[in-house]
Design a protein around this ligand. Structure first.
Ligand code: ZN
Length: 285
């Protein structure tokens, strides 16, 4: 399988069948779509043994196979990438192409090989520059009208929080209030420089718990992985767990909140899993 995860700053490519069998890997910087995709194709063309390729891509993306813009990135604020035809580029490899969001890819990888094994429904949330969530229901990544955008759920603002919010579309949605960008703008310092006792973390745990409660109310996953750079802050996961229990107020059980098992490779491993799934659906062994 070939797998490619396109991220905001870099694109990871891998050839293999899973976390214990990665036979080749490379990372290319995310520059223009033309330059970036050219280097991705160069890598895969050197591996003629691949029988399918999966792409786990930052979004929003068009997953509707009947749409004229299927396989493209749509309303991203990332300069130059609006309309980028990821699937079109990969189809030049002449193997089946699977396509999904980066977080659905990561969710699928954690579900198959990591912290989500045996858990269904299962949700993977990343809290970094942005906030995104992927969901597995019935062993498959959830698609829909578009695809889940869990980072953009509206949440209740804390009455003491005067920060306007960082989301260019909604201002104070979950991502607008609790992403790394929001933290940096609200406190005037990078999240990794804020000490554990800083007021930022009480508020951060509260906001993330509101997001988790929304996910729990809609999908009822027994377990949710919380990953991404912001979640590496000391003690944050434990505080989100406690706040989630408070937020749900005993009405329903709180899902287990756990760190990812596959680390930064979850996305590209998910792309390998997507490629495998596409071959399985086509009846190819
Ligand atoms: Zn938003």
């Amino acid at each position: 399988m070939g797998g490619v995860e396109t991220g905001g700053t870099r694109v990871r490519c891998a050839v293999g069948t899973g976390p214990d069998d990665v036979r080749a890997e490379t990372t290319v910087p995310t520059t223009t779509p033309a330059e970036t995709l050219r280097r991705v194709l160069e890598f895969f063309r050197a591996h003629t043994e691949i029988t399918a390729v999966g792409a786990a891509c930052f979004g929003p993306i068009d997953l509707d196979r009947s749409s004229p813009t299927f396989g493209r990135i749509t309303t991203t604020p990332k300069p130059g990438w609006r309309g980028a035809d990821v699937v079109g580029a990969l189809r030049t490899l002449s193997v089946p192409v699977a396509f999904d969001t980066d977080v659905n890819g990561a969710a699928l990888a954690e579900y198959r090989w990591g912290a989500g094994r045996g858990v269904d429904p299962f949700v993977y949330v990343t809290v970094g520059t942005g906030i995104g969530g992927g969901a597995i229901v019935g062993a498959r990544p959830v698609h829909g009208l578009v695809h889940p955008e869990m980072g953009h759920v509206p949440i209740t603002r804390d009455s003491a929080d005067t920060f306007a919010g960082a989301c260019p579309y909604h201002r104070d949605c979950l991502e607008g209030l609790a992403s790394a960008v929001a933290l940096s703008q609200r406190w005037g310092a990078l999240p990794e420089t804020l000490p554990a006792e800083h007021e930022a973390w009480r508020l951060q745990a509260r906001y993330l718990a509101l997001g988790v409660a929304a996910i729990a109310a809609v999908l009822s996953p027994p377990r949710i992985v919380l990953g991404g750079g912001v979640m590496r802050a000391a003690g944050l996961l434990a505080r989100v767990r406690a706040e989630t229990v408070k937020t749900l107020a005993g009405y329903v059980r709180a899902p287990d909140l756990v760190p990812p098992a596959l680390g930064e490779r979850a996305g590209v491993l998910g792309a390998l899993a997507l490629a495998q799934a596409t071959l399985a659906e086509a009846g190819v062994q």
